[in-house]
Design a protein around this ligand. Structure first.
Ligand code: URA
Length: 436
């Protein structure tokens, strides 16, 4: 099968056969001897981006990408295995809260997460700001974590869906990330491989998300639920607002502090509510029953401190310093902060999540390219959220920076990231829709 013929099929809006999809994915997993070159892969990715895929093609692509590597068999570990995954946002640290809460309720949580890229943050980067925390566990260590703690938080290993590793890296540099079939296959191939039996998806929607419009978010959520279910996964998708950063903290170390505060019962309302809802859906997928029962169980795990204890054990199990839970001075910090203040009186109407995410990246807290290194200590605390009344010289952002030149570059972005009006904005729901 000539790569050019496969590309031509999709270029001309045709449907790729299972054989054509298999050839493409095999080449992505191992180019050598495949007859494919990187330029064939990227041309086909662009053709898929532009001309889409049918649900049948997306299902084949997902399965082929999962089959490109190994499957973890977690059947020897007692208990229902349920993961949670977000399509990515700004200030989205729910994994650090949801995983421990669900595990405290008896769910086994094999969580395979990603790194931050562009304006959005990543769970692995947040966890790595805890001194010693190892996200590269061997399979044996991952199993031990799941057995001992009920929670393991790791990155994609070399033998899980290797085709996705290659394709994701190419998409990232060829403007082909925001494709519904490609995102569906990328996320679900990893979830099918990691040995989970259920998945709660948090599909972000809004200016700070991959999917900016509600319609596209709905399409993506439906695609993930359909393809996941067809492949034997139990899937619930929530579409949640990502116009404003979630919680107050944006930046890796600062987000760890906010996650611990939330597990201590002192978290911001939006972050706490979304985390409880996501964990409750995991509990319901695991054990059945009603949403109300699952919600009550998760709230007990939060108020009793059981979730926080799971997080402490998780940090310890994965080589991190568990003393950070009680002593935030052990986390990376810049020890210098400046404020971005208002110059008028009124109500905050917008805090633009994407601009805040870009500003954190400019401070050194995120990546422009996958190989960039990041500074875990820098970040932003949002001091005034939409709906709050402010007067001149009130602080909107507290900016934790290390490098004066980077601060100077980020400040204009932050000045544009908020708007003030005489009338308060109408309160918008955080959870927009649920698809199961
Ligand atoms: N997360 C993934 O793992 N893959 C995508 O394509 C987008 C978000």
């Amino acid at each position: 099968m000539r790569p050019g013929d496969v590309i031509q099929t999709k270029r001309d809006r045709g449907e790729l056969s299972p054989g054509q999809i298999h050839a493409f994915v095999s080449a992505a997993a191992s180019l050598e001897g495949s007859g494919w070159k990187t330029y064939h892969l990227t041309a086909l990715l662009m053709a898929i981006y532009l001309n889409d895929m049918t649900p049948g093609e997306t299902a084949h692509l997902t399965r082929a990408m999962a089959n490109s590597g190994k499957y973890l068999d977690l059947s020897d570990i007692d208990g229902p295995k349920i993961d949670k995954h977000s399509t990515g946002g700004v200030g989205d640290k729910t994994s650090l809260i949801v995983g421990p809460l669900a595990a405290a309720c008896g769910v086994v949580v094999p969580m395979m997460s990603g790194r931050g890229l562009g304006h959005s943050g990543g769970t692995l980067d947040k966890l790595e700001s805890i001194p010693g925390f190892n996200v590269h566990l061997t399979e044996a260590e991952f199993r031990t974590a799941l057995k001992n703690v009920g929670l393991g938080m790791i990155g994609q290993t070399a033998d899980i869906a290797p085709a996705d590793k290659m394709l994701y890296a190419l998409r990232d540099v060829t403007a082909t990330v925001e494709s519904i079939p490609l995102i569906t296959a990328s996320i679900l191939s990893k979830k099918l491989s990691e040995g989970t039996s259920g998945l709660v998806m948090d599909v972000k929607s809004g200016v700070g998300a991959f999917m900016k419009s509600r319609e596209r978010s709905h399409e993506l959520a439906q695609s993930i639920v359909k393809v996941g279910t067809a492949n034997g996964l139990k899937v619930i998708a929530l579409i949640t607002a990502m116009d404003t950063p979630l919680g107050d903290a944006v930046g890796n170390s600062l987000e760890v502090v906010e996650s611990i505060e939330t597990l201590n019962g002192n978290g911001p309302k939006d972050l706490t509510e979304l985390s409880v809802t996501l964990a409750a859906r995991m509990v319901r997928l695991a054990f059945g029953g009603t949403d109300a029962d699952a919600d009550a169980q998760v709230r007990r795990a939060l108020s009793s401190g059981a979730g926080l204890e799971v997080f402490r054990k998780c940090v310890e199990q994965q080589g991190g310093d568990p003393r950070v839970i009680d002593d935030y001075t052990l986390l990376p910090a810049t020890n210098v902060a400046v404020h971005v203040n208002t110059d008028c009186t009124g109500y905050i109407t917008t805090i633009d999540a994407e601009k805040v995410g870009v500003a954190v990246r400019m401070l050194g807290g995120g990546r422009s390219r996958a190989e960039d290194t990041i500074d875990p200590a820098v970040g932003i605390i949002v001091r005034a959220k939409p709906g709050e009344r402010v007067t001149p010289s009130d602080s909107v952002f507290e900016v934790h920076y290390r490098d004066g030149a980077k601060l100077a570059a980020a400040m204009p972005m932050l000045a544009k990231a908020f708007q003030i009006d005489d009338t308060p904005p109408s309160e918008l729901p955080l959870i927009l829709e649920e698809i199961a």
